[in-house]
Ligand binder design. Structure first.
Ligand SMILES: Cc1cc2nc3c(=O)[nH]c(=O)nc-3n(C[C@H](O)[C@H](O)[C@H](O)COP(=O)(O)OP(=O)(O)OC[C@H]3O[C@@H](n4cnc5c(N)ncnc54)[C@H](O)[C@@H]3O)c2cc1C
Ligand SMILES: *[C@@H]1O[C@H](CO)[C@@H](O)[C@H](O)[C@H]1NC(C)=O
Ligand SMILES: *[C@@H]1O[C@H](CO)[C@@H](O)[C@H](O)[C@H]1NC(C)=O
Ligand SMILES: *[C@@H]1O[C@H](CO)[C@@H](O)[C@H](O)[C@H]1NC(C)=O
Ligand SMILES: *[C@@H]1O[C@H](CO)[C@@H](O)[C@H](O)[C@H]1NC(C)=O
Ligand SMILES: *[C@@H]1O[C@H](CO)[C@@H](O)[C@H](O)[C@H]1NC(C)=O
Length: 457
């Protein structure tokens, strides 16, 4: 079914290519160009730094009042103080779930004594120190929600809504870098009876802290990164924590109030029925059921085929082949955050004219080669097991820093270790020794987690 569907999509794409023929494309504008970056989270900041270093003219449009994206905590649910959508999913007591060494900007490490798993606020502080270090604020226009990006013959018209003056503005951009985040659009699967359920329904996107759930009966759905993290935060504070998932892992010793359940059959007014026929009465549901791609500001003039599950065809998961002056950061699955930094370096290098893209036909061939190996449409944007080769390819083509294989080793170990030792895997520090090896030691846990020697300026 999926296979058929994706083959059909691929066929349609071929036809499309014939119709559009030789798109505009590869004669990119000169260095006097203006680049528009959408979003000033980790990815938008990463590309801003490289654009600045290369002396290019650019503006980053950010919907919120300050940069930081996912790492900025916002107490509002749904809409922020200015009426813009709350894009961040940050919550209290969050600690990173991959060692900081897999998240650091190139050449800008945390102070050496920082724990490998710093807190969310510490990572946010690190982003702010990065903004100051590279003097990015003058190029970031906050309170500016991008609402449309349209091709206008030889440039992009980008329209944004100023949430302070409540008006629309349009600017011309020679290049557009889409860096609006991949965890901004929550997904909730359809279940029979959910519309009849009378309790509260949330998504982990709206979760801010465990305290409001104390002494309540809560259903947690899913055991991805958010589902497991919330289980740890909630198991000993709720009256009862009912956790529906089908992950096989070394379940830690949760409190007696924790109950593991299989998948959901459906809902009734006061509770939930599972596929094994059992029933639980619950006050609140928190769906930790993930996110999908979300680019509501793009239209058909982008030339892309898109859904919540894929964006295609993108060369190197970055370049819009039809209109190569549009690039993406973070439309890529199962990678470490440093991949976004490498994509940013690639893009800045491309805009600066430091390397040339292959012909549209060659880019399409490369894309087909990848698509052929990932036949399911929702895997078109997956890098996962090929991450180290991906770092190598980007570096070879664009002449940027090559991230070493040791990062992939750390990612793979951490992913396994997290499922082996959910309560304690963060009580270790890592040090990279060389391109292939690292060391890791127990750091005593406890207060170590709160240390954050980052200076903001
Ligand atoms: C809860 C949570 C925990 C995570 N923990 C980790 C972790 O421990 N380790 C790790 O490596 N990764 C983690 N991640 C992944 C995380 O997404 C990346 O680390 C990184 O923050 C991605 O940065 P980004 O800039 O691509 O997206 P974001 O941080 O989401 O930034 C996107 C920015 O674009 C802005 N924006 C969106 N739409 C518009 C628009 N239309 N107009 C203007 N601006 C717009 C948003 O306001 C936001 O500032 C986590 C993600 C989540 C959701
Ligand atoms: C940068 O681009 C903007 C928008 O096109 C333009 O107004 C500004 O003059 C440019 N600045 C420089 C230094 O080229
Ligand atoms: C692009 O924006 C300019 C200025 O607002 C406008 O005059 C022009 O018609 C727009 N072009 C398209 C194709 O939307
Ligand atoms: C709940 O359990 C977690 C994980 O073991 C622990 O860190 C936390 O201190 C506990 N909280 C309470 C209120 O007991
Ligand atoms: C749970 O506790 C028991 C007894 O203290 C211990 O043997 C076991 O290893 C613990 N399980 C985990 C996953 O920590
Ligand atoms: C590590 O990798 C980089 C990039 O590939 C290379 O330049 C460097 O020589 C390598 N260092 C060692 C010690 O192998």
């Amino acid at each position: 079914m999926f296979l058929l569907k994706s083959l059909r999509t691929i066929l349609l794409l071929c036809l499309n290519v014939v119709f559009i023929g030789k798109s505009n494309g590869l004669s990119l504008p000169p260095k006097s160009s203006h680049t528009c970056v959408i979003g000033a989270g980790y990815s938008g900041l990463a590309v801003s730094r490289y654009l600045k270093q290369l002396g290019l003219n650019f503006t980053a449009f950010e919907a919120a009042r300050e940069p930081g994206g996912t790492w900025r905590f916002d107490p509002h649910v749904g809409r922020d103080a200015d009426g813009a959508p709350v894009f961040t999913s940050q919550y209290k007591y969050l600690r990173v779930n991959t060692p900081r060494q897999t998240m650091e900007f190139d050449g800008y490490p945390f102070p050496e004594s920082t724990p490998s798993y710093p807190s969310g606020p510490c990572f946010f502080k690190y982003l702010k120190s990065f903004v100051n270090k590279f003097d990015l604020l003058p190029n970031i226009q906050v309170r500016s929600l991008v609402t449309s990006v349209t091709w206008a013959d030889d440039h992009w018209n980008l329209t944004y809504f100023r949430t302070d003056e409540r008006g629309d503005h349009t600017v011309a951009c020679d290049f557009v870098v889409v860096a609006n985040g991949q965890y901004v659009r929550p997904v909730v699967p359809m279940y029979p009876g959910l519309d009849k359920y009378q309790g509260s329904i949330y998504h982990s996107h709206d979760y801010k802290a465990p305290e409001p759930y104390s002494d309540r009966r809560v259903l947690l759905v899913g055991a991805g990164a958010s589902g497991l993290d919330l289980a740890v935060q909630l198991h000993n504070i709720t009256e009862k924590l009912v956790h529906s998932h089908h992950l096989k892992y070394n379940q830690p010793n949760f409190s007696k109030r924790y109950v593991k359940k299989p998948d959901i059959h459906g809902f009734v007014e006061n509770g939930v029925i599972f596929v094994d026929g059992s029933f639980e009465e619950v006050d609140d549901i928190i769906f930790c059921t993930g996110y999908e791609y979300y680019h509501p500001f793009l239209d058909e003039t982008s030339g892309l085929t898109r859904s919540g599950k894929y964006v295609m065809p993108l060369y190197q998961h970055i370049v819009n082949m039809r209109r190569p002056t549009m690039t993406f950061i973070g439309v890529v699955n199962k990678v470490i955050t440093k991949v976004m930094d490498a994509q940013a370096a690639y893009i800045a290098s491309l805009i600066a004219g430091k390397f040339k893209l292959p012909s549209e036909q060659e880019m399409l061939d490369a894309w087909f080669d990848h698509a052929y190996r990932h036949k399911v449409a929702k895997e078109i944007n997956t890098v996962g097991p090929e991450m180290d080769q991906y770092f190598a390819k980007l570096s070879k083509e664009a002449g940027i820093t090559r991230n070493p294989p040791v990062l992939t080793h750390i990612r793979d170990f951490n992913a396994k270790n997290r499922l082996e030792d959910l309560f304690n895997y963060r009580d270790f520090d890592y040090e990279i020794i060389d391109n292939r090896s690292y060391k890791r030691w127990y750091n005593g846990g406890g207060k170590r987690a709160e240390e954050c020697p980052v200076e903001e300026s």
